[in-house]
Design a protein around this ligand. Structure first.
Ligand code: PGA
Length: 263
């Protein structure tokens, strides 16, 4: 795992956008795995800015979102379809036929989940998967106890996730859908690169467990320790419970030094 610690959320969003920009310049038909929630909003803003100001071209990009609630319409203001349009898709040039978000309207969820996995394979697999992390260590809606090799499927949200997400539903716990379709942990692990983002003190315990704790289904993000190319990009507050901060900062500085010598 590569750990990048930045002063604030602003810098981590900027660094993440540059990682995606560089990958996109190398591979115009990049396949991106995308996340919703408060954490990636800054990243989407930064990518939109690159599109507007540097003409970063998304016209050959394909995207697959991690998850979508079941039980609210895709037009609902808090659906992840609405989120993605509002924060990203309405502002860049990704063809709509290349945008994939789990469909919650299907009657046959099992067939849909299989077809979602097949569509990812048909697209050539996910090049870069963007991830947030729950305070309990979940990724996507893979809640505590999820199989570490799970595929796209329906999950019931944990109480901790429902409480955390109530903020988006006027604070009403009862208004938060109880179920979602989510890519599995195995699906996420198949991505060629993962970018795990977190900011704020509230995420510090989950980050410490995911990065420095044992690999366990009780902290789903901890499986990323087994991923060959995961970069954890966090602010100082989210890094505050890590034991090896000095080492992570020094090794990042050394990598930067090497990169600048190459240029
Ligand atoms: P957040 O959610 O970005 O809104 O904190 C992350 C998550 O629960 O995966």
């Amino acid at each position: 795992m590569e750990i990048i610690i930045q002063p604030t959320h602003h810098e981590l969003a900027a660094i993440t956008s540059l990682i995606i920009r560089d990958a996109l310049l190398k591979k115009p038909n990049l396949v991106l795995g995308l996340a919703t929630g408060s954490t990636p909003i800054g990243l989407y803003k930064a990518l939109v800015k690159l599109h507007r100001e540097e003409k970063l071209d998304f016209s050959n990009v394909t995207t697959f979102n991690l998850d979508e609630y079941i039980g609210i319409s895709i037009e609902h203001p808090e659906s992840y379809h609405t989120f993605m349009s509002k924060h990203f898709f309405d502002h860049v040039n990704i063809p709509s036929e290349n945008q994939h978000i789990p469909q919650n309207t299907t009657k046959n969820h099992e067939a849909f989940c299989t077809s979602y996995e097949e569509a990812i394979v048909r697209a050539g697999g996910i090049d870069i998967q963007v991830l947030g992390i729950g305070t309990d260590g979940h990724i996507g809606f893979n809640e505590v106890g999820s199989s570490l090799s799970s595929r796209t499927r329906i999950k019931t949200l944990s109480l901790s996730t429902i409480k955390a997400n109530a903020i988006h539903f006027d604070g009403k716990i009862d208004a938060v859908p109880e179920m979602a379709i989510t890519m599995g942990i195995g699906t996420i692990m198949d991505a060629k690169q993962c970018l795990l983002l977190a900011s704020g003190e509230a995420k510090s315990e989950a980050i410490a467990k995911a990065v420095e704790g044992p690999i366990t289904a009780m902290v789903p993000a901890s499986i990323l320790q087994m991923h060959p190319k995961t970069t954890v990009i966090i602010d100082e507050a989210a890094a505050s419970r890590l034991e090896e901060v000095e080492y992570y900062k020094r090794s990042y500085a050394n990598r930067q030094k090497l990169m600048s010598q190459k240029q």
